[in-house]
Design a protein around this ligand. Structure first.
Ligand SMILES: [Zn+2]
Length: 418
């Protein structure tokens, strides 16, 4: 396949220019349709594709032959048929190439490599120090990507794309990280920096958007048309899916609900405002509540951990062991989360809200508080059928979402210039 055709996409448009009206356009569209059907319905046959797409058999056969010659599709052998010759089944070729999805967190990097059928091949994660600054952290991330690509079994095309979720405001059309409040980075042309080093398409998006994509394609949101993913970490962000599509807004910045003012005179926020939702409902806010309780002299097992440098896992463990300070801090977080999510439900009327957080074994406690607030504060007509669940992909939602960013481009239809 001419990958340039596949990349001329509606999906992200970061690496594409529109296809002008020409004789090749119809063929490109048909080829993308055939590849999509093989990717989504594998194992499938040429006859099935012809039936489902309405394309005639000879067109399908010649496009499948091209896809096989280019290495994107492979034959699986004969399938089942009630009558006559058994059809040859097709699937996307797991040896075509690899994709790497990356979550750049405020204090960690997580990477997952998959084949083009989205089978996970390799995972890696490590801590970073935000004080190292942008140049060093980006260099570390690039080296980790190259090292992962070199460590997996070789494929026909090698690394074909990288998708990155970052904790800040991203112009998804240009891949520029405009502002990351918790990293204190501004105007970083991250996509271009990464593409010039890696020499392949790179897609950059906000981490909540990216995680929403991961859950929509492979997690709790599969088949859900209207949903929100609430990413609770050091900060708080929301990825909104409307009618099956990620809603990015006019500049690509939609979903910054973490900076919605919930308490006008509340704690200072990294964005410069006070009392933003994330200053009350994020993991940092939860930890800050425990630190305050320790300073007030309240008894908690967490007081024993040096310089209050405990993690959310420590906090969740303390809660399971009956620590009251830890439990109250998590319940407060659940309440603040619920207040914001009730507003989200009233605004967008989703059928599903996915909460991504590292509260681990205490997620039920937090989600119970969220549910209570939603029922108490949301409009009944909007809240009665909404489901609130924790992320099915857990800590991998964003990195797997990075893989989805590349796949959505690979599988998208050519863009038509009008
Ligand atoms: Zn803020």
């Amino acid at each position: 396949m001419n990958t340039e055709n596949l990349r001329q996409s509606e999906g992200n448009n970061q690496n594409s220019s529109p296809t002008t009206g020409n004789q090749g356009l119809v063929k490109d569209l048909n080829k993308a349709i055939v590849f999509n059907m093989i990717w989504r319905s594998a194992p499938t046959s040429r006859a099935d594709i012809s039936r489902a797409s309405g394309l005639n058999r000879s067109t399908v056969s010649s496009l499948v032959d091209e896809l096989i010659a280019e290495g994107y599709v492979t034959e699986l052998g004969a399938g089942e048929s009630a009558l006559g010759r058994k059809p040859i089944m097709l699937q996307s070729n797991p040896d075509a190439g690899i994709i790497i999805g990356v979550e750049l967190g405020v204090n960690y990097i997580r990477l997952i490599a998959s084949d083009i059928a989205a089978n996970v091949i390799s995972c890696n994660g490590f801590a970073i120090d935000p004080a190292d600054g942008m140049d060093r952290i980006v260099k570390t991330m690039l080296e980790a990507i190259e090292s992962m690509a070199a460590s997996v079994p070789s494929t026909l095309r090698g690394l074909i794309g990288v998708g990155v979720g970052v904790p800040g405001l991203v112009r998804s059309d240009s891949g520029v990280l405009a502002f990351a409040p918790n990293l204190k980075w501004r105007d970083v042309p991250l996509r271009d920096i990464m593409m010039s080093r890696l020499g392949i398409p790179v897609f950059v998006d906000n981490e909540a958007n990216t995680a929403a994509m991961g859950e929509r394609w492979f997690g709790a949101g599969v088949g859900v048309e209207n949903m929100a993913y609430v990413s609770v970490g050091i900060g708080l962000g929301v990825g909104i899916v409307i009618n099956g599509e990620l809603y990015r807004g006019s500049s690509g910045y939609a979903g910054e609900m973490g900076h919605f003012t919930m308490q006008p005179d509340g704690p200072e926020c990294g964005c410069g405002n006070r009392g933003c939702w994330e200053t009350l409902a994020s993991e940092s806010a939860t930890i800050a509540r425990v630190v305050q309780a320790i300073e007030e002299g309240r008894p908690t097992v967490l007081a024993g951990l040096a310089k209050h440098r405990f993690t959310m896992d420590d906090l969740a463990d303390a809660c399971v062991r009956g620590d009251e300070v830890a439990r109250e801090a998590l319940e407060d977080t659940g309440r603040y989360l619920g207040i914001g999510i009730a507003g989200l439900i009233n605004t967008f009327n989703p059928e599903l809200v996915i909460v991504g957080s590292s509260v681990g074994r205490c997620s039920r406690l937090v989600l119970d508080e969220v549910e209570k607030e939603i029922r108490a504060r949301g409009l009944t007509q909007l809240t009665k059928d909404v489901r609130v669940v924790k992320a099915a992909l857990g800590a991998d939602s964003c990195a797997i979402g990075g893989i989805s960013l590349v796949l959505s481009d690979l599988l998208s239809l050519p863009k038509i210039a009008l």
